[in-house]
Write a protein that binds this ligand. Structure first.
Ligand code: GLC
Length: 732
């Protein structure tokens, strides 16, 4: 429909019809079959059911088409319904969780994964996905770190932009794509004490330098929606934060798409004590420019009265409705309310060999090898025992893969059986223990198991027998998939007691021990590290988890993943991140350190730093060479290193560029990631890797409250993780 026609449509709509375009109903409202309009009878007023602008949580071509048909026929202007869904890292083919995508340091992996998700979801009738999350995360206690690509704004920005491109493609009328929604605006990951939905206290310069950039990258990539966050920012809930939404998001960032609240976030301003009534909450949200009220009555019960009383200008309503109509129009819904969704198409594009191959490649690149001694990996022995609750576990997804069927997941056991049957190697499997201890609270349900102790005793006996038989043991341990995600904050970054006990008993029996940890957040792993010859992290790997993991353990591929979040020695170090300040009393690397910034009982640094990960080979790196040591506005500096694979196997290394501003009008982080490149280097070969350093990379939010570069000295570091000291100085 032409823009002028949209304007004409808006002008024809009644106030009620306009307001209800801003209302999103939960999918359950539409689930049951019903008379009249194909909508279920419920306590939601009949006119809302008939005129709401969107719904979330429904998918399936036939179901969507049935509801849409009834809906469009019954709407006075035949305006189609928008169907939205959380397709976070997989619809049917589930990719590694976003934290795992961050570990790949490969935006192309994220883009291709998003493309697969969009194709599968769109065929199922989905128009909008509530993804990607752009939240910077530094606190592993917060369970939603699983949905972020990590602690670094630069890496997050590249990954978020890539996912937006993958979801949306170049033309939203292309029915292999869906509109994407960058969330949760803003700074949701900074929740105090790592507790979900909590207050966020941030200085403006930390907000602008660290927390906002990734959202901006997503918006610049063309994201059509943004979602408000549950948290307050310095005491103001995002959904009523006019400065954040009207000034930062719309004016500064230039976002002109649809702003949707998070689930009930408008109404929750009453709980926060910011609004005394839903009417007040609706007023704050409209003034902040929130276009869609997700799943509460705040808008439909109050906007008409607010406008008629003159407290809300009618123009705010019209601009919000126009943004919703434009989104529907750009999706081609007025021309085809079904957007080509069909069961037949869904069958053709879902869980295809190609989709699985993309997922499997993503798994391989997401695996992070933290230790590998005594040639434990790759597996080369004749008798291997796979032991642990993850050996034959299908739930390799995260709790935010809500539309997949986990029966389609390839388990480690299935993949290992298939791979090793082609070799002389014998494999045996044992569960070893249940994944959880009794009465573990998993948020929406609590895990209890009758006579768990007796059960674990039986499982342990079998496991020790198998461990005794084997030349090498692969322990497959981890968090339960429901222990990360929304409302899953924890103060202990550990595995269950049963798994810990299994680890210690099996380690006594193992001739050689590989520990694989499947998780959705950084964990405290000291005891596992010390007793394992090799340890590898798999961030919720998804549908092709078993295959990708065996591809790496078998040596078919060399691991290349890098940590997207610091792994601490202790939860007491949280929040912890590499781009920290040195302080006025830095703790010396050696020697005494009283009256310096330190803990009496723990190092300052993490156990494993951001950007760390081993390959199966060995790499050396030359000193950093700069083609000049003065950077000017119009002439950047080229920084080059030579990277040599000195090992015996071909491998991929992720070369990382960090820059430190040695002095600024505000204190500056000891390092900031400004570039990364994956390089495949054959055994014995070497390759030059160059990065272009330009003035814009040096900008920060100065004492003048502006993003600008200040003159002075800088150091460019290039290495294989954020601990690198391989640097060269330059000036600007
Ligand atoms: C949830 C989440 C958000 C999700 C939305 C819709 O509460 O915070 O990420 O997209 O509701 O399910």
């Amino acid at each position: 429909m032409k823009k002028t026609d949209l304007k004409a449509l808006l002008d024809e709509m009644t106030m009620e019809e306009k307001i209800l375009q801003l209302v999103q109903l939960p999918g359950a409202t539409f689930e049951e079959d019903a008379a009249v309009t194909g909508l279920s009878d419920s306590q939601i007023p009949e006119n809302v059911l008939r005129l709401a602008g969107s719904t979330l949580g429904i998918f399936g071509a036939e179901k969507v088409k049935k509801i849409q048909k009834a809906y469009v026929e019954n709407h006075p202007h035949h305006i189609p319904l928008l169907f939205m869904l959380d397709v976070i890292h997989g619809h049917k083919t589930v990719m590694p969780c976003p934290l795992g995508l961050g570990a790949t340091f490969d935006p192309e992996v994220a883009r291709k994964g998003a493309e697969v998700q969009a194709k599968e979801a769109s065929a199922d009738g989905v128009h909008v996905t509530f993804s990607p999350m752009g939240d910077l995360v530094r606190d592993a206690r917060w369970g939603r770190v699983v949905e972020s690509t990590g602690e670094d704004k630069f890496l997050n920005g590249k990954m978020v932009a890539a996912m937006v491109k993958g979801y949306q493609g170049d033309d939203l009328t292309d029915t292999d794509h869906v509109a994407s929604c960058v969330k949760h605006f803003a700074a949701y990951g900074g929740a105090e004490a790592g507790r979900d939905y909590n207050n966020v206290e941030l200085s403006e310069h930390t907000l602008r330098e660290q927390y906002l950039p990734a959202y901006k990258e997503g918006i610049d990539a063309g994201a059509r929606l943004v979602m408000t966050s549950f948290n307050t920012l310095n005491g103001i809930p995002s959904s009523g934060n006019k400065w954040l939404m009207r000034y930062i998001l719309r004016k500064e960032m230039g976002f002109d798409g649809v702003l949707i609240s998070d689930w009930a976030a408008i109404a929750e301003m009453k709980n926060w004590g910011i609004a005394e009534s839903l009417r007040e909450a609706a007023k704050l949200a409209m003034e902040a420019g929130v276009d869609i009220d997700m799943c509460t009555e705040s808008y439909y019960a109050n906007l008409e009265d607010l406008i008629n009383s003159g407290e809300i200008d009618k123009s705010l309503l019209d601009e919000a409705v126009m943004r919703v109509l434009e989104l529907k129009n750009d999706l081609g819904l007025f021309e085809d309310p079904y957007r080509g969704a069909s069961e037949e198409k869904a069958k053709k594009v879902t869980l295809t060999a190609e989709n699985r191959a993309i997922a499997r490649d993503a798994v391989r690149k997401s695996l992070v090898l933290l230790k590998n001694e005594r040639e434990a990996l790759p597996l080369k022995v004749k008798r291997i025992a796979f032991i642990g609750p993850y050996v034959d576990e299908k739930e390799l997804r995260s709790s935010w893969a809500i539309s997949c069927d986990s029966k389609t997941t390839v388990t480690i056991q299935e993949a290992a059986t298939k791979f090793f049957e082609k070799t002389e190697c014998k494999v045996k499997f044992a569960k070893g223990c249940e994944m959880l201890d009794n009465n573990t609270d998993l948020g929406f349900n609590t895990f209890t198991q009758e006579n768990l102790e007796a059960e674990n005793k039986k499982l342990m006996a079998k496991a020790l027998e198998v461990a005794d038989w084997a030349d090498e043991v692969v322990l497959c341990l981890g968090e339960h998939f429901a222990q990360t995600g929304e409302s899953t904050s924890k103060v202990n970054l550990t595995l269950s007691d049963a798994q810990r006990k299994l680890f210690h008993e099996v380690s006594k029996k193992s001739k050689k021990l590989v520990t694989l940890i499947i998780c959705g957040r950084p964990l405290v792993l000291d005891e596992y590290i010390e007793k394992s010859d090799a340890l590898m992290i798999s961030f919720r790997p998804g549908t092709e988890g078993g295959n990708g993991i065996i591809d790496i353990l078998s040596g078919e591929y060399s691991p290349s993943g890098k940590l997207p979040m610091s792994f601490p020695y202790s939860v007491g170090q949280e929040p912890i991140h590499y781009d920290r300040y040195i302080t006025g009393r830095p703790k010396p690397a050696e020697g005494t350190s009283i009256f310096t910034t330190r803990y009496l009982d723990c190092p300052n640094e993490p156990r494993f730093c951001f950007g760390y990960g081993l390959t199966y080979s060995k790499f050396e790196i030359s000193n950093v060479k700069l083609d000049k040591d003065i950077l000017t506005d119009d002439a950047g500096i080229t920084a080059t290193v030579n990277v040599k694979n000195t090992g015996r196997v071909d491998a991929t290394q992720v070369v990382q560029l960090y820059i430190r501003d040695m002095a600024g009008s505000r204190v500056r982080p000891i390092k900031e990631l400004k570039g990364f490149e994956r390089v495949e280097v054959k055994a014995g070969d070497s390759v030059d890797v160059s990065f272009k350093i330009t003035e814009d990379m040096l900008r920060f939010f100065t004492i003048k409250n502006a993003f600008e570069t200040e003159h002075g000295k800088f150091t460019a570091y290039i290495g294989f993780d954020s601990d690198t000291e391989n640097g060269a100085e330059f000036s600007y």
